[in-house]
Design a binder for this molecule. Structure first.
Ligand code: SAH
Ligand code: SF4
Ligand code: F3S
Length: 443
């Protein structure tokens, strides 16, 4: 029997693509192994969002170069594959499969070509209106399942490779999404995460014609589901109806990830983000007014081309104004093909590093303050794991906070039965990145 190994880099869309690819291979008779050493087929599902991410795959390929020619097949999937295409064969001649995400429906056929003695196969066309769906998806988590609702991206943020690596937007039909969600609920999954680079621009291509908020309401109404999450939202397409849907339905988690990138309207314009700081703040107001206490998280890029000290200070003042519950921050990285390459006034690496540190320190104190506000409250928590070193269960709240807790009824794991349960936990302590609590009895 043939074996495969797959390593995944990048965002949740890539993580879920790897689940679909693995499922497809298992259905073809392959079995999965945990290390590249024993694998006949070694796959890297790659990310190209920043230069560092791209470099990772080439260092991995270098590492296993000596194993090439011993019957091992190396394949590069994902965003670096789409971006670099056949150039990958020049950089790493032992690779024989290069395929971007829009070609995964053709994977079984490509593998047959390789098995029949083909030395190099590629799947690089972006000329597709389909999304990659397979009934064989192998899910990594037995309680939380991902569902892709839209592929690609039609925005053209000046710094971003995604429109080039994932192609144009393609929404999946509401019928096919609902069918998958119902099946998952029947199989016992209680949490579903709807995925897309820009979920807000979801537009059902079938005659039902649902928009994103309608889809949210319908998925949340499926029997058996306790939590529905979605990511990522683009502020330009984020409408008030999404907040209303969350308000109405506790199954829709009270967490919205709304990447802002910068607090300066001038920089947002140079980034081609299609909203001003004020327009962004209006969306934050809708979220803050909601009675359910919706947590808000974001992404920040520091040191974008032309970002002055004044622009940067506006990002800092935005952090104070919004008080995000968590954020991801990145130094701007120049990427191939992107419009921002032609901008001038690049910020030095040293200055980007300084700005990143300032953002992270500020955010750390905001998070300590935000998390401390929850001390004394009771949070519904999904049990995700157990930390042997601390003797605490690891849980997650609807707001997507990590809540580590002790439980006098289940002091330690007894099989896997408690995992995936929903329990009430009283918060007793708060740190910048997580909460600590005790399970309350009878809930
Ligand atoms: N589709 C999502 C996010 C895509 S990538 C959205 O529109 O928000 C995730 C994050 O990576 C982005 O939000 C951005 O903060 C960061 N990012 C993207 N390109 C980058 C680049 N060239 N340099 C640094 N960070 C980048
Ligand atoms: Fe990239 Fe912008 Fe599309 Fe997000 S919306 S994937 S940042 S181009
Ligand atoms: Fe990376 Fe591609 Fe996702 S570039 S962030 S893996 S869409």
């Amino acid at each position: 029997m043939k074996t495969f190994y797959i390593e995944t880099f990048g965002c949740q869309m890539n993580v879920h693509d790897s689940e679909k690819v693995s499922g497809t291979l298992l259905a073809q008779g392959y079995s999965q192994v945990e290390t590249p050493d024993g694998a006949d087929l070694v796959l890297y599902n790659t990310c190209s969002i920043r230069d560092k991410a791209e470099q990772k795959v080439f260092s991995r390929l270098q590492q296993f170069k000596r194993d090439a020619g011993k019957g091992k097949v190396f394949g590069v999937l994902g965003c670096v594959a789409q971006q670099e295409g056949e150039k990958i064969f020049d950089k790493a001649p032992h690779v024989s499969l290069v395929a971007g995400s829009a070609s995964y429906t053709r994977l079984p056929e490509m593998l047959v070509q390789l098995e029949a003695g083909g030395s190099r196969v590629t799947g690089l066309s972006l000329d597709t209106d389909e999304t990659f769906e397979t009934p064989f998806t192998r899910r990594d988590n037995p309680h939380r399942a991902y569902i892709t609702i839209i592929e690609g991206c039609d925005k053209s943020c000046a710094y971003c490779v995604v429109p080039f690596t994932r192609g144009p937007e393609r929404s999946r039909t509401s019928g096919s999404i609902m069918e998958e969600a119902r099946r998952l609920a029947e199989e016992g999954f209680t949490e579903i995460q709807l995925l897309g680079q820009n979920v807000n621009s979801y537009q059902d291509p079938s005659p039902a014609g649902w928009d994103f908020a309608t889809l949210l309401r319908r998925v949340a109404a499926i029997r058996g589901l306790r939590r529905v999450r979605f990511t990522t939202s683009h502020p330009r397409d984020f409408v008030k109806d999404i907040v209303d849907a969350i308000e109405e339905n506790p199954v829709l988690c009270n967490h919205v990830h709304l990447p802002v990138q910068s607090g300066s309207t001038r920089v947002l314009e140079r980034m081609q983000r299609l909203y001003t700081r004020d327009e962004y703040m209006r969306r934050i107001e809708w979220l803050k007014k909601a009675s359910r206490g919706i947590s808000i998280t974001t992404d920040i890029i520091v040191g974008f081309a032309g970002e002055t000290q004044r622009d940067f200070e506006q990002t800092l003042s935005l952090l104070d104004a919004v008080e995000y519950d968590s954020l991801f921050s990145f130094k701007y990285s120049r990427r191939p093909n992107t419009p921002a390459l032609s901008l001038d006034d690049h910020v030095s690496e040293e200055e980007k590093g300084n700005r990143l540190t300032i953002v992270q320190e500020k955010q750390r104190s905001i998070q300590i303050r935000r998390n401390s506000e929850l001390i004394g409250s009771v949070q519904e928590t999904m049990v995700e794991g157990f930390n042997k070193a601390t003797g605490q269960w690891i849980g997650r709240t609807s707001q997507n906070r990590i809540l580590n807790f002790t439980d006098s009824v289940h002091p330690s794991p007894n099989g896997t039965a408690f995992l995936g349960s929903y329990v009430g936990v009283r918060v007793t302590r708060a740190g910048p990145n997580s909460l600590v609590g005790e399970r309350i009895s009878g809930v």
